[in-house]
Design a protein around this ligand. Structure first.
Ligand code: C5P
Length: 239
């Protein structure tokens, strides 16, 4: 995979005009754009169309978590928009995961398009052991991550989102073909911001990340296009 196709730029903006400017600025330099809750709630399918019409890949990061029937419906709608990849919460359970996968496959088949990848989110990195206890989970956090990864594996999910510090651990417990997508990327020259569990692009790729979600190191750089070029070089330098 060429380095630029490993970079997912996080469109963490609140309106379609800002999104359009980023797609114009970075569209020749990164392969993917991530649309999350803020932008999708404001701009809806138009923002997905903007990305796809520019010949780029769209990662719809809405972290679906609901009853299987409702998640199937959402996955069908996302598939019709021709997104390339979307997230679900693994804690939604086996039935929800299977429904999501089946809905993506069926809808893609009837629309005559490629099947979007379904990516599982395990334990949100904003949660600590005490938060888990509060929601009734008393096993160690890492065990809970492992538990959800096993659930993902048993239901043949396409990929997993995990923090750079969990990369090696997660890689050990999933099949080779399962994709790993990692946020929390900070090149040596970027500020860490509020991210705590971080890695450089090179380290993350060497530890087994397939795709890197990167926002502020690019968006807050003096020259975002140049920042991407430096990240591409770092990825290319990975062993
Ligand atoms: O920190 P940065 O601006 O690079 O973040 C890029 C994206 O990664 C954001 O959209 C953020 O929500 C997402 N993310 C994260 N940490 C996680 C999970 C997702 O930063 N643990």
């Amino acid at each position: 995979m060429v380095a630029k196709d490993r970079i997912i730029f996080a469109l963490d903006v609140g309106d379609i005009e800002s999104a359009r400017q980023w797609v114009e600025t970075l569209g020749t330099r990164v392969g993917w754009f991530k649309v999350g809750l803020e932008l999708f709630t404001a701009a809806g399918p138009a923002v997905v169309k903007l990305i796809k019409d520019s010949g780029l890949k769209c990662f719809l990061d809405l972290k679906f978590h609901d009853i299987p029937n409702t998640v199937s419906g959402a996955v069908r709608s996302a598939t019709r928009m021709n997104v390339d990849m979307m997230t679900i919460h693994l804690s939604g359970g086996a039935g929800m995961i299977q429904s999501a996968r089946a809905a993506a496959a069926q809808e893609a088949l009837s629309a005559g398009i490629g099947i979007p990848k379904i990516i599982g989110v395990s334990v949100l990195t904003s949660l600590n052991q005490e938060d888990l206890h509060d929601i009734g989970v008393d096993r160690p956090l890492k065990e809970q991550v492992l538990n959800l990864i096993e659930l993902a594996r048993n239901n043949t999910i396409d990929g997993i989102v995990c923090s750079p510090t969990d990369l090696e651990f997660v890689r050990r417990h999933i099949p080779k073909q399962t994709m790993v997508i990692t946020p929390g990327i900070r090149p040596g020259w970027a500020s860490t911001g509020d991210q705590k569990r971080i890695a450089t692009p090179k380290t993350a790729v060497e530890a087994g990340a397939d795709l890197l979600v990167i926002g502020r190191p690019i968006s807050q750089a003096d020259d975002p296009a140049e920042a991407v070029d430096r990240i591409v070089q770092e990825i290319e330098a990975a062993r």
